[in-house]
Design a protein. Structure first.
Length: 93
């Protein structure tokens, strides 16, 4: 889920007596590694995306299409991701 979708879980977990405890009851992982993910409590585990490279590839594809060149299918543009482990996950019980 995008990091901002994980915030309700994190806010609920931060209450004095939460109904759901992170990561004891449920693990939560975001996808985009926004800077705020590292400073919430518990810190959110996320998948980091190389956003500068994503933008460069998208801009290149757009310029190719505007220049009349044949666009390469998006599925050929695989960029690396990285799992950033933080405090919102634990091993299954």
């Amino acid at each position: 889920m995008p990091t901002y979708h994980a915030f309700p879980f994190l806010v609920t977990a931060g209450r004095p007596e939460p109904a759901v405890r992170l990561p004891e009851d449920v693990s939560v992982v975001g996808y985009d590694d926004l800077p705020v993910a590292a400073v919430v409590d518990p810190p959110l585990t996320t998948v980091h995306q190389p956003m500068q490279e994503v933008g460069a590839v998208a801009a290149g594809l757009l310029l190719d299409q505007l220049g009349g060149r044949e666009a390469v299918p998006a599925s050929t543009h695989l960029l690396p991701t990285e799992l950033v482990l933080r405090g919102s996950v634990t091993a299954p019980k």
